[in-house]
Design a protein around this ligand. Sequence first.
Ligand code: ATP
Ligand code: MN
Length: 482
Amino acid sequence: MKKQTIKEILQDYKKVLHHDITVYGWVKSFRANRFIALNDGSTINNLQIVVDFENFDKEIINKISTASSLKVIGEVVESQGAGQTVEIIAKKIIILGDNFTEELQNTILQPKKHSLEKLREQAHLRFRTNLFGAVFRVRHAVTFAIHSFFTKNHFFNIHTPIITGADAEGAGEMFGLTSFDLNNVPKTEDGQVDYSQDFFGKQTNLTVSGQLEGETAAMGLGRIYTFGPTFRAENSNTTRHLAEFWMVEPEVAFNNLEDNIDLAEDFLKYVIQYVLDNCKDDLEFLDKRFAEEQKSKPEKERAKEGLIEKLQNVVAKRFMRVSYTEAIDILLNSKENKKGKFQFPIESWGADLQSEHERFLVEKHFESPVVLFDYPKDIKAFYMRLNDDNKTVRAMDVLFPGIGEIIGGSEREERIEVLRQKMKEMHVEEEELWWYMDTRKFGSVPHAGFGLGLERLILFVTGMTNIRDVIPFPRTPKSAEF
Ligand code: ATP
Ligand code: MN
């Protein structure tokens, strides 16, 4: 018979009721030498195994403890106790892996409360915990929903390269890539690194964004999205930045900024609704955890809504759309700014918004997700479309409660002369990007796109607060274990 997960067994228990089945899993707990809570990772719910210890070898019983792994054969029966519909009366138990008991003492598998920091130090074991099981199942569901949304809307997934030769985007500090022996780097006559002798014959980096390549694909396939890892060597040790993170970047031919904002709003709502519909058990668990966590906070820092309630509200509300100029006015006139409550006070139009300002707009002022648009050209990338005022560009950022910027995007500059001028002003080498310039030479069209940081969305959906806790193996400054 085909192996069944515990999720399938619990969901379709009527099919197996009063039958003997085989189940596999790890022991979550073993109570009174009689009740095993077994979990196989397929669901947050455990399957209860009832053991009549007199019928079993003592040696086997002694080896059953939290974290050990079992194969159990037994009959599915309606449960006597509360808390579960069915349970298994064990007929045969095979220990697949028992524990190194002494070492187990020092791991996060010990059944007690561990701090998230401690869990991070043992990231290879945290998949076994209820919390991280829930987080990573939700992460999977989000990933699936992303592909599903774009597929339904006639987009094609394009795999853009991780190794790039273009250092033009300026989205952040880059990680260089080389096959040189770093103790013996070839130099040119004037003492510079001679990249012509390197693997690719030129300087290369890990990508910071797939957008530029994505734009070229959209100029033939129409609607595309990229979904892959991106890298930024930004030395900012925040709870919202990783050195390696996953980005989703749709790019759409013939779209303008309004279309782009509509797309971002529909997209986020679809994914969140998908999680609400398909991750009920995990969300309920995360919702409880979120509520618990609020209790330990000072009253004025507590979230106004529960996690599930927050997700439902975001899906129901229309996102506020506010120009950068309006936002600056609001910030300039705010009590917070006047009383010097911001770490970076807003002094005038043109200021780059920090996360504290974004969160003020979203959490205090509008109490809703906000889309800011038409930013000053000087604080945004060269490829964003210039407005007629010559001062602002057709940029947009989607700001979420508790997170700040979750999406950044724009309508792109499709007019080659304007693009050239912008590149000159911003010192972006046109020769380096000859292939990008070509997209503006042969049937250039208006187009727009954005980038969503996957982990920021997972933070929002799971109610976790540190980005290191929503990616299996976080990469941050001074940390690349596992
Ligand atoms: P921020 O101002 O928050 O650093 P950014 O302006 O550098 O963001 P973009 O270059 O527009 O961000 O990247 C698009 C999206 O990628 C962001 O909206 C965010 O969701 C995500 N993102 C950017 N940098 C990181 C990072 N270091 N770690 C995780 N996600 C990130
Ligand atoms: Mn950044």
